[in-house]
Design a protein around this ligand. Structure first.
Ligand SMILES: *Cc1c(COP(=O)(O)O)cnc(C)c1O
Length: 409
């Protein structure tokens, strides 16, 4: 009998999740209401932020966060090239320009040293890749790659020096923490002016589709909340309950980004188990290290001593110079053995739209251009069994052994 396929990801849904959703379906109130308000309060407390706004996706949260900072057409926003489509497309929504930044080799997070060089060049109105008219940048949008937080201290220093707004894309990073240069640990959600989370189906906690914007700044949060529901002066929940009234005014042409109570009820249950799920991921990451740490043809991901990663993704790298198989071939062989693997991600500057629109070349981002050729995301999800993980490790060991490149003497 063929062994069961091991997927890249499997959401963690149990009877408590099902019961929470069912209760909302029976309640008579489906869209934004009490469940959303409770989810927001619980989420804000969990990450240590003052305000939280529940929205329909992380992409929506990023869009609202940028809008709240007053980004306009022609603005420049620093974005890591090693990210998902969402992080840069939201900048383009404004007719603004994403200024792509190369990666740190070890963490694949935004490289603050490269960002500093770009910012200096822009401040002196010198050219940088992708920017036709150099001018001061408006904001920086770091991503916490695979769940390990970016160098938020270095980014804050750059932001102060260059007058940048900071919005963190924490789609991978619930829960995560970073120890600052002052020695204190800070949770994700408490290190930037605004932080955006995703509850997409394959993220560490899920509502199917959903997101959250958190901030300590009351004005930013209030603006984002208003713009998340058509730019109305009060939201539907206030309008349609006994507490509300029929009267509202349109303050600005907003968006339709509110979360449903169906999703929020699921999110509340998921949030309650977030710490336990993260502990499972941490154990599995340590187990991969034990199972594959001695295989010289692969490089395993490392958690920095001053980070607590969410381990959303387990991204290993192939030592291609030692192997007679490339990354695509490697993933194909894994698939043939019934193991789901993926690539996070092809950097933005190597996608046809960004390459052509901003006239970018691989040499502008040497680290991301080289590293992406070797990255493979392995299956990692809280319900993964030791036997499943042993099978993944066994297949990788066999694959590597069968594909050793003949060493030149
Ligand atoms: C998943 C993801 C997003 C988008 O999240 P949605 O909730 O699907 O909009 C944004 N940024 C990164 C880095 C992601 O991985």
């Amino acid at each position: 009998m063929e062994p069961e396929r091991i997927p890249l990801h499997r959401p963690d849904i149990d009877e408590e999740d099902v019961a929470a959703v069912t209760a909302v379906l029976r309640s008579g109130w489906l869209t934004t209401g009490e469940q959303c308000r409770a989810f927001e309060a619980e989420f804000a407390a969990f990450v240590g932020a003052r305000h939280a706004v529940a929205v329909s996706s992380c992409t929506a949260a990023l869009h609202l966060a940028l809008e709240a900072t007053g980004l306009g057409a022609g603005g420049l926003v620093l974005v890591p090239t090693m990210t998902f489509a969402a992080t840069a497309e939201v900048v383009a929504y404004f007719g603004a320009t994403p200024v792509l930044v190369d990666s740190e080799r070890d963490t694949l997070n935004l490289d603050p040293a490269h960002a500093a060089r770009l910012l200096d060049a822009l401040a002196e109105e010198r050219g940088v890749p992708g920017v036709a008219e150099p001018r001061r940048a408006h904001a920086v949008l770091p991503v916490h790659y695979a769940g390990q937080m970016a160098d938020v201290d270095a980014i804050a220093t750059l932001a102060r020096a260059h007058g940048l707004r900071v919005i963190e894309d924490a789609a991978h990073a619930l829960p995560a923490a970073a120890r600052g240069s002052d020695g204190a640990w800070r949770s994700v959600g408490a290190t930037a002016e605004q932080t955006c989370f995703s509850f997409y189906a394959n993220k560490t906690i899920t509502t199917g589709e959903g997101g959250m914007l958190v901030s300590d700044d009351e004005e930013l949060a209030a603006r984002a909340r208003m713009m998340s529901l058509h730019g109305l002066s009060r939201d539907a929940w206030q309008r349609y309950t006994a507490k509300g009234s029929w009267s509202y005014s349109i303050v600005a042409p907003g968006f339709k980004y509110n979360l449903t109570d169906i999703a929020a009820a699921l999110g509340r249950v998921q949030l309650r188990k977030a710490a336990r799920l993260a502990e499972r991921r941490r154990l599995l990451a340590a187990r991969y290290q034990a199972l594959l740490g001695d295989v010289e043809e692969v490089e395993l991901p490392r958690e920095r001593a001053d980070r607590r990663s969410s381990w959303h993704l387990y991204v290993m790298r192939l030592r291609l110079e030692r192997l007679a198989i490339d990354r695509a071939g490697f993933i194909e062989e894994l698939a043939r053995a019934g193991i789901g693997a993926s690539v996070h991600w092809r950097p933005l500057h190597l996608h046809p739209y960004y390459q052509a629109r901003y006239d970018l070349s691989p040499g502008d981002f040497p680290v991301a251009s080289a590293e992406w050729e070797r990255i493979v995301s392995l299956p990692l999800y809280p319900s993964m069994s030791p036997a499943e993980q042993d099978r993944v490790a066994g297949v990788i060991r066999t694959l590597v052994a069968r594909n050793l490149r003949a060493q030149v003497a």
